[in-house]
Design a protein around this ligand. Structure first.
Ligand code: ADP
Length: 312
C-alpha cells in the first residue's frame, strides 16, 4: 500500500527572537538556521519515519538537489519530485520565547504541478492506495477528482485554510484532518467547543480528525469512514472519540500537526484501529514539540515505541 503525498517542499529560514518583529521595527537575530520544511515534506518525512511507503509528488528548483538527498535519506521515495526552473518554496519563520511561530510563506515551485503530472502519477496507483494533500500546492480539486476516479482514498489537511476551497472539495475526501483554527474556520465560529459540537451536524458524511494542541485529538467517524467499512460497524455520523495529548514540556510546536498526520495515517495503513493510530500519533507529536525545528524534530518509530512504553 502506497501513499502519494502531493505536497509542498520548502526551505525554512528559522530565526529565534524575543518577540515577533513589529510594524516598522528592524530586529537583529543571533540565531539562524535553514531547514527542510513545508507541510508536504514534513508529512512525507513523518510517514516515512513511521514506516509507511510514501512517494512524494512535487517540485523544487534544480539547484536545490540537496533536498532530494535529504528526503531520500529519511526514507521518502523522491522519484516523483520534479526539478524545475522555478524557485523552491520557502518560509521565513520567527520563533518567540513562548514557543509560538509567525510565518511568511513563498509558494514558488510548490504551485508548478501540472494536470499531466497528476494523471501520470495516479495512473500508477492501485486500489487501496492513498493520496494525501495539504493546501500548499496547486490543483487540489483536480487531484482529488482524479484520485476518486482511480479508486484511491483521499486524506486532506486543508492548511493553510481556505474555507471556500475546502467546502467545495469535501465530497472527494475520505479523511479530513484539521487543527483547532481550521475547524473553527470551517464552521464559522471563534469558539472551539461550538465548532466541535457543530462538526458532525454540518458534515455527517465525513471522517474528521480535529487536533487540539496540548489538549489532544477529537475524531468523528462520519458515515463513509474507512474504519467503519472495515469493521462493518454502523454509524449515525455522530460517533465521537477523544484522545488526550501526552503531557510534555513544549519548546517548539512547528510540525506537531504534520508529525501527527504522518504517524496517524501510517498506523491506519498498517491496519491499526483508530484509537491506536491516534495514540501513537499523539506520542510522536508530543516528542516533536519537545524539539526545535520542523522535519528534524519528527521522531523515529523506535523513539515513539520507547516513549509509549514509558508512559504505560
Ligand atoms: P498544528 O501543529 O497543525 O496546529 P496541533 O497544535 O493541534 O496541530 O498539534 C497536533 C498534535 O500534536 C496534537 O493533537 C497533540 O497530540 C500534539 N501536541 C501539540 N502541542 C502539544 C503540546 N504542547 N504537548 C503535547 N502534545 C502536543
Amino acid at each position: 500500500m502506497t501513499i502519494y503525498n502531493f505536497g509542498s517542499i520548502n526551505l525554512d529560514h528559522l530565526y529565534q527572537l524575543d518577540h515577533f518583529v513589529r510594524p516598522g521595527e528592524t530586529m537583529a537575530s543571533n540565531s539562524y538556521q535553514c531547514l527542510l520544511g513545508g507541510k508536504g515534506a514534513n508529512q512525507s518525512v513523518a510517514l516515512a519515519k513511521a514506516g509507511a511507503r510514501v512517494k512524494h509528488v512535487g517540485a523544487i528548483h534544480h539547484n536545490d538537489h540537496g533536498i532530494i538527498k535529504q528526503l531520500a535519506a529519511l526514507g521518502v521515495d523522491t522519484d516523483l519530485i520534479k526539478q524545475i526552473d522555478v524557485p523552491t518554496g520557502h518560509a521565513i519563520i520567527q520563533l518567540n520565547k513562548e514557543a509560538e511561530n509567525s510565518i511568511i510563506l513563498y509558494q514558488g515551485a510548490n504551485h508548478a504541478l501540472t494536470e499531466e503530472q497528476v494523471d501520470q502519477v495516479l495512473s500508477q496507483a492501485m486500489a487501496g492506495d492513498w493520496v494525501l494533500l495539504q493546501n500548499e500546492t496547486n490543483l487540489i480539486e483536480y487531484t482529488m477528482r482524479k484520485a476518486q476516479e482511480y479508486g484511491v482514498k483521499v486524506a486532506f489537511n486543508p492548511a493553510p485554510m481556505d474555507a471556500e476551497l475546502t467546502k467545495r472539495v469535501l465530497g472527494f475526501v475520505d479523511l479530513l484532518i484539521v487543527n483547532e483554527v481550521e475547524a473553527m474556520d470551517l464552521i464559522g465560529t471563534s469558539d472551539i467547543d461550538s465548532a466541535i459540537a457543530a462538526f458532525p451536524k454540518a458534515y455527517p458524511e465525513l471522517a474528521v480528525l480535529i487536533t487540539l494542541g496540548k489538549a489532544g485529538v477529537c475524531y468523528f467517524t462520519g458515515k463513509k469512514s474507512t474504519e467503519k467499512k472495515s469493521t462493518g460497524k454502523k454509524s449515525t455520523g455522530e460517533e465521537k472519540l477523544f484522545v488526550k495529548a501526552f503531557s510534555v514540556k513544549a519548546v517548539d510546536t512547528t510540525a506537531a500537526g504534520d508529525t501527527f498526520i504522518g504517524f496517524c495515517l501510517a498506523s491506519l495503513m498498517n491496519g491499526d484501529d483508530i484509537t491506536q493510530s491516534i495514540t501513537r500519533a499523539c506520542a510522536a507529536s508530543a516528542i516533536c514539540v519537545t524539539r526545535l525545528g520542523a522535519a528534524s524534530s519528527i521522531p523515529t518509530q523506535d523513539e515513539v515505541t520507547a516513549f509509549l512504553a514509558k508512559k504505560s
